[in-house]
Design a protein around this ligand. Sequence first.
Ligand SMILES: Nc1ncnc2c1ncn2[C@@H]1O[C@H](COP(=O)(O)OP(=O)(O)OP(=O)(O)O)[C@@H](O)[C@H]1O
Length: 253
Amino acid sequence: MTANQPVLAVEHLSLRIGGARILEDVTLSVTEGEMLGVIGPNGAGKTTLFNLVSGVIAPTSGAIRLAGRDVTNEQIHARARAGLGRTFQTSSLFNGLSALENVRLAAQVALGGSLSIVRFPHRGDQATTRAMERLDEVGLAHHAKTEAGVLSHGDKRKLEIAMLLAADPRVILLDEPMAGVASGDVPGLVEVIRGLHKDAGRTVLMVEHHIDVVLGLVDRVAVMHHGQLLADGTPDEVMANPAVQGAYLGDAA
Ligand SMILES: Nc1ncnc2c1ncn2[C@@H]1O[C@H](COP(=O)(O)OP(=O)(O)OP(=O)(O)O)[C@@H](O)[C@H]1O
């Protein structure tokens, strides 16, 4: 990858299912260390874009490049190994295990071990150390021994992020991180996400319905509408764009 090459590039990406154009010619790129918000009215194609980028579904046409490498035809796990990490709208936690055990399993897999709660002496220590570091990064070190199932929704989301970080992803996709989180827990979660970007310099793409949260966090916003990229710019540029205002007003009407 050269200095100016984006760490993630989506080129002319389209998805058709039956006769429906779900995504149409979307081109977008993200540079290392950038935080990009993806917003748009319901059904705009945001989750579909994440599904295509992470390999959950294959595009009808177009390409996806990760650090310059064409991963369009690669499976989910190959993309994860290439540095793509993603959270889902639905929880992916083992509720009966502690917060630390959840992250340790993710670290163990990332370090080349299996998804087993049996501890392997050397690798286990390494995975535990990494897991504690990631729990600390999301502010959950004090909950290391707490069962994941009893954590608040906000803390569960932080734990999912810690699990994602255990693989040291180069690009992080957060799919509606605030969904289901009580309003009182939103600021804490926002600060964790801000820290990923500002403190740790991680590259983050985030789909989120809370527009005020997105605008306060990101460097750049991409607005989707009817499967197309309607606008791409700084939060101020995008919100001043009449087409964006029209899309949201039209959606609310
Ligand atoms: N497998 C599929 N088959 C048919 N239509 C689909 C499929 N997947 C998505 N769609 C349609 O594509 C459009 C985009 O859906 P998508 O979930 O990507 O939107 P979104 O912007 O994430 O919406 P929301 O904000 O409501 O989550 C929607 O109209 C949806 O019904």
